[in-house]
Design a protein around this ligand. Structure first.
Ligand code: NDP
Length: 341
């Protein structure tokens, strides 16, 4: 059985979902209540591959909310993640993806050191960040959407916002090794890590966001920001492809301009309907078929019975592993979302 650990994008979102799912006692509560709420299994999932194989899974809501980071409720945030992991393990789930901020919190606060959660000793082999599949899907979205829009990668400048992150650095590695992208712009806050990535790649310009945006034909958003940034569309190149892989979204502005194309990043479409409720709740356009690529990674590992933490740690994703997960993604009927806004 596979598992997905997820969270909602804001307190407001959580309150409306609690009402919809039949938890009225959660619906009118503020952030302090959510800080104390235990993890819950809120969905049972059935997925069938195009090969005919069927697998079963569960969705674990961790009750983490991005506001906990924004308001420095760090202890609550970390407790949410390890408790959700222990809950998944206790329920017999063999491989669980840590969605959205779950793996970021696990790494940033070094939760590896907390291995005993009450009577559960966490077995980390049962968890994957799902970031290898997410990075692979974002790279496919870059290549295929650029072709749709007539953007020639060999003449294109690609800005990666969150370049030094786990997903961002993997995207940079792929673009360097597998495409002929003309220029890479590396954007994040910590300059030392940016210079180290530039050194690893042997290329790329380190620029602040406001200088990178006007130069980019393609912008990939993979920054771990609890709230999105406002963007002035008049400062962007026309045409410009923006692939927003953040959860919550990195872009706060709803841009409506014929030459600016927005793509929901790190999202896959399955070829067959999935029996679940959870993607209705996170407002996917086609909730029976579309899902986060990190969640799809745990399904892929279950289909193949690779009970191992395929994606783990930080900035260790290789192009070879992206190709490997990409092959089984295709085999089981997943493809990158390509419908542009
Ligand atoms: P990491 O924590 O590994 O990396 C985050 C990156 O963002 C770092 O480069 C960090 O560098 C940068 N960053 C953080 N804040 C800012 C800021 N204010 N301005 C510019 N750069 C910033 O995160 P991941 O790679 O694991 O995840 C990235 C995003 O992808 C998250 O939003 C996550 O929720 C989402 N995600 C989506 C998935 C999907 O299936 N679609 C799956 C998993 C994650 P620095 O701190 O130096 O600024």
């Amino acid at each position: 059985m596979f598992g997905l650990i997820g969270h909602l994008t804001s307190l407001e979102h959580a309150q409306s979902v609690a009402r919809e799912l039949g938890y009225p006692e959660y619906a009118d509560q503020g952030l302090d209540f959510w800080c104390m709420a235990p993890p819950q299994i809120v969905d049972d999932i059935t997925v069938t591959s195009v090969t005919g194989q069927t697998i079963y899974g569960k969705y674990v809501e961790s009750c983490f909310l991005p506001e906990m980071l924004a308001t420095q409720r760090i202890k609550a945030a970390t407790r949410k993640i390890v408790n959700a992991m222990a809950h998944a393990q206790k329920n017999g789930i063999q491989i669980t993806a840590l969605g959205g901020f779950s793996s970021i919190i696990f790494e940033n606060f070094n939760l590896q050191r907390i291995s005993q959660i009450r009577n559960v000793k966490l077995d980390l082999q049962r968890f994957t960040t799902g970031n290898t599949h997410t990075a692979y899907i974002i790279c496919q979205q870059i290549e295929q959407a650029a072709q749709q829009l007539g953007i020639n990668l060999s003449q294109a400048t690609v800005a990666i916002c969150g370049a030094t992150g786990d997903i961002g650095s993997a995207v940079c590695r792929w673009l360097d090794a597998k495409t002929e992208v003309d220029e890479l712009l590396l954007v994040a806050r910590d300059r030392t890590r940016l210079l180290s990535l530039q050194n690893e790649l042997g290329r790329g310009k380190v620029l602040p966001l406001e200088e990178a945006l006007p130069l980019a034909d393609i912008v990939v958003w993979v920054a771990s920001m609890p709230r999105g940034v406002e963007i002035d569309p008049t400062t962007l190149k026309h045409p410009c492809l923006m692939i927003d892989g953040g959860y919550p979204k990195n872009m706060a502005t709803q841009i409506q301009h014929p030459d600016i194309h927005i793509l929901n990043g790190g999202i896959v479409e399955h070829s067959l309907d999935i029996d679940w409720r959870i993607m209705h709740i996170v407002n996917m356009n086609t909730p029976t078929r579309q899902l986060f690529a990190c969640f799809a990674e745990s399904m892929l590992l279950e289909f193949e019975q690779w009970y191992t933490n395929f994606s783990w740690g930080r900035n260790q994703i290789t192009v070879a592993n992206m190709e490997k997960i990409g092959q089984i993604s295709l085999k089981h009927g997943f493809r990158p979302l390509l419908s542009l806004a």
